[in-house]
Write a protein that binds this ligand. Structure first.
Ligand code: HPA
Length: 268
């Protein structure tokens, strides 16, 4: 696995020359619009990257964008790999491992999720304060000591200082924020009503199918993480989840998320 990570990173380094990204960003469903806010210096399609699987989901473009936001060097993943697509967890998390090799010192993640906290509304932004992992753990298997410890600590998984900064920015910019626990399931089914109730009962505020593996791997390498969920549907309402609706709500809330990410990056 380490060889794979290093080979992929070496390939990308050849393409980007001496550009060293400081911030890694993963753009979730419908949130790819942030990519247009990057002054791109280099774009690499996933299909051209050795070791990268192809993103198969509608609404997820598949490319890595290297460029600047507010003068800071970033690498953004427009489209991510999900466990439900059939990839191994090592593949799902390979981009994060590679971004770490390229030098990122901070990871921003975003996703679309279903609200299970009944005070949430469709289109709300939820700052992820913690998560509950209901997928296989991506660190199962031999530990690579060079990357991180066998038993990584998961306190402060979502960096408290970054959350405090987001709160201050949102107040200043007039952006309404919710805060909560993200429950990561495998998907691809949306949850049954009983499952949404179960997620709520165990302490969840939003349900999704991504993010958790990437965050675990980033924390394994001690990279600070900031995560935002766009609430695209309300799980405990009577209406069914729908991928097109998820994409639409993602795009709408995306504009606010873009402001938040941009200002966060500016103040890093
Ligand atoms: N459940 C899981 N994943 C999701 C949902 C949901 O309700 N909405 C958007 N992604």
């Amino acid at each position: 696995m380490l060889e794979q990570i290093k080979n992929t990173a070496a390939f990308i380094r050849q393409r980007i020359g001496d550009f060293e990204p400081e911030v890694g960003i993963i753009l979730g469903t419908g949130l790819g619009g942030f990519a247009d806010k990057i002054e791109a210096e280099k774009v690499i399609e996933y299909k051209d990257i050795p070791g990268f699987p192809r993103s198969t989901v509608q609404g997820h473009a598949g490319r890595m964008i290297f460029g600047k936001v507010e003068g800071r060097r970033v690498v953004a993943m427009q489209g991510r790999f999900h466990y439900y697509e059939g990839y191994a967890m090592t593949q799902v998390t390979l981009p994060v491992r590679v971004m770490a090799q390229l030098g990122i010192r901070c990871l921003f993640v975003s996703n679309a999720s279903g609200g299970i906290n009944t005070s949430f509304r469709v289109g709300d932004l939820m700052i992820i304060t913690d998560h509950i992992n209901l997928m296989p753990n991506p660190l199962i298997g031999p530990n690579i000591e060079e990357l991180g410890p066998r038993f990584p600590d998961m306190h402060n998984c979502y960096d408290k200082a970054l959350i405090a900064r987001a709160t201050a920015i949102a107040e200043r910019e007039g952006i309404k924020l919710q805060y909560g626990v993200y429950v990561g399931g495998t998907g691809p089914t949306f949850e049954t009503q009983a499952e949404y109730r179960y997620f709520k009962a165990i302490g969840g505020d939003a349900a999704g199918m991504s993010t958790v593996p990437e965050v675990i791997v980033a924390r394994h390498m001690s990279i600070p993480v900031f995560g935002v969920s766009v609430i695209t549907n309300c799980g405990l309402s009577d209406e069914a989840g729908d991928h097109e609706d998820v994409q639409l709500q993602g795009r709408r809330a995306g504009a606010r998320m873009e402001v938040l990410f941009r200002e966060m990056i500016k103040e890093l």
